[in-house]
Design a binder for this molecule. Structure first.
Ligand SMILES: Nc1ncnc2c1ncn2[C@@H]1O[C@H](COP(=O)(O)OP(=O)(O)O)[C@@H](O)[C@H]1O
Ligand SMILES: [Mg+2]
Length: 300
């Protein structure tokens, strides 16, 4: 990965509030002056953590150089601050700025047609098949860890999808960072399918990303779209383990196609999860599937 060295004045100029795109608990994101790039700065100061992020970014850069995956927002440059008297230190990375909206704005918006939502969900599922093919063809262990709607941008005009937060991927035995849908283990009780990682010195024990967790995050996105609510919140879930099972039975009764029902049921069964992207377009619009309507039906 290329390096971009900046001094502290340039850093301060870049982090001027007027360029701010987003600020989370772990990162700050700014647009470059020419609006072409985005700077993502790590907020965490811990050396181990920055080291792990650099390892992930370098590994992903290596892999995508040999095996291009344009749908991943891979890093362009690693940003290093040069300050007199202090060891140069990595503080973040750059990537192209994508003009678009996060997938969440599409999937959870009443004004977007159900057909459009299905089209975008199908595209997302196809990208996961590309990830799978990449693993088969390269032998690399590289999994998306923090896969959720807010980490996918729908590019304006083309409606191509771009996956963000590649710095929290799991690649080549990197440490596993906490991720939105894998943090809460309500539906991940099956330890064979969703193994807990060995203690990691930075983040503690996290679920080890694998093919099953990638599909799981995607299945959660499909469920969110049907529920028109987020199934998994920061520290809680909208439905308990048993409620989810009964919600899936309810969807089956409503007439949800059997391929999707099977994929949902698999989440809590022993067999591997499946990617039902080919059957998304067959889902009929079911307003009764929404969380509000389901609650009315169940009286809770
Ligand atoms: N390359 C980019 N182009 C356009 N918007 C971006 C880009 N990178 C990040 N963003 C915006 O910033 C938000 C947070 O970025 P992300 O990389 O997911 O950081 P975090 O680690 O804080 O979740 C995204 O949801 C998106 O809206
Ligand atoms: Mg994110």
């Amino acid at each position: 990965m290329k390096e971009k060295h900046i001094n502290i004045d340039e850093f301060l100029k870049l982090t001027d509030k007027s360029h701010s795109l987003s600020s989370g608990t772990e990162s700050l994101i700014y647009k470059s002056d020419d609006n072409l790039d985005v700077f993502k700065f790590f907020l965490i100061g811990m050396n181990d953590c920055v080291h792990n992020k650099c390892y992930i970014l370098n590994s992903v850069s290596d892999i995508t150089k040999e095996y291009p995956m344009p749908f991943l927002m891979t890093p362009k440059d690693l940003v290093i601050i040069d300050e007199e008297g202090i060891e140069p230190r990595p503080v973040g990375y750059t990537m192209p700025f994508i003009k678009g909206e996060n997938l969440e704005t599409y999937l959870l918006d009443d004004n977007i047609s159900f057909d459009k939502k299905k089209e975008l969900l199908t595209k997302t599922g196809k990208l996961l098949e590309k990830m799978k093919t990449m693993r088969q063809e390269t032998g690399e262990s590289f999994f998306l860890n923090d896969l959720h709607e807010d980490n996918i941008i729908v590019e304006n005009n083309t409606e191509d999808l771009k996956i963000l937060d590649i710095d929290s991927a799991y690649v080549r035995d990197s440490y596993v960072a906490p991720s939105k849908y894998l943090l809460k283990r309500e539906f991940l009780k099956n330890k064979d399918k969703y193994p807990k990682e060995k203690e990691n010195p930075i983040y503690g024990k996290q679920v080890l990303p694998n093919q099953n967790t990638e599909y799981y995050c995607y299945l959660v996105m499909i469920l969110n779209t049907l529920l028109q609510e987020k199934l998994i919140q920061e520290r809680s879930t909208l439905l308990s383990y048993h409620q989810l099972k009964s919600y899936i039975d309810y969807l089956e009764k409503l007439g949800l196609n059997k391929e999707i029902v099977t994929a949902f049921k698999r989440i809590t069964e022993n067999e591997d999860n499946i990617n039902p992207y080919e059957y998304i377009e067959d889902i009929k619009e079911m307003p009764e599937a929404s969380y509000t309507r389901y609650r009315e039906y169940k009286n809770f």
